[in-house]
Design a protein around this ligand. Sequence first.
Ligand SMILES: CC(C)(COP(=O)(O)OP(=O)(O)OC[C@H]1O[C@@H](n2cnc3c(N)ncnc32)[C@H](O)[C@@H]1OP(=O)(O)O)[C@@H](O)C(=O)NCCC(=O)NCCS
Length: 173
Amino acid sequence: MKSKITSCNKIYLRKANQNDVDFLTEMKNDLGLQELLMCHQKNHSQLEIKEWIEKYESSKDSFLLVVCESNQKAVGYFSVQRFLSHHKTAYFGIAIHPDFQGLGYGKTALFSFFEWANKELGLRKVLLEVASSNQRAITIYKKAGFREVGILMKHFFTNHIYQDAVLMEKDIS
Ligand SMILES: CC(C)(COP(=O)(O)OP(=O)(O)OC[C@H]1O[C@@H](n2cnc3c(N)ncnc32)[C@H](O)[C@@H]1OP(=O)(O)O)[C@@H](O)C(=O)NCCC(=O)NCCS
């Protein structure tokens, strides 16, 4: 059984690279997880994931970060989208591998992400969209200081219907 993250069990964030193909293919092919992320639920080949990582590597306004334990084991990832340097804002999504959920990794990773976003991108505010049915994530975001700023009606298509998403934001400067 996996144990809760402790202060000696630190995590860190780094940009994704081609060594992460196996881990990210596993995460992207977890269709239940991708549904929670409001992503298109389909199986991806390793080549598609390789190209997905490359797209982020060459982008100036989106980033893919891997959440690692101190022993370098990958436990999750962040995708950062719509980075606007002028406004100092960006959207993001987070996914922790199912084997590591509920152990404190998400909460710890969120605070590392705020630090990274502030230091590396100079962000003053981060935003996210979360499925209105994903109460677990909404609770976690509220605990981390996010405020709910709107509902995007019938915003994403999953399980044959359009579902609402909640728009949330947090000042991090
Ligand atoms: C949402 C997610 C990132 C949270 O990460 P996690 O590592 O599982 O969460 P943590 O263990 O750090 O828990 C953070 C807080 O939420 C609480 N929590 C954990 N599981 C919970 C649950 N099922 N319901 C309600 N609260 C829960 C914890 O008690 C903790 O609160 P505390 O700080 O007061 O103790 C992760 O579960 C995940 O990747 N889920 C699937 C993808 C997803 O939904 N992403 C967000 C979509 S935008």
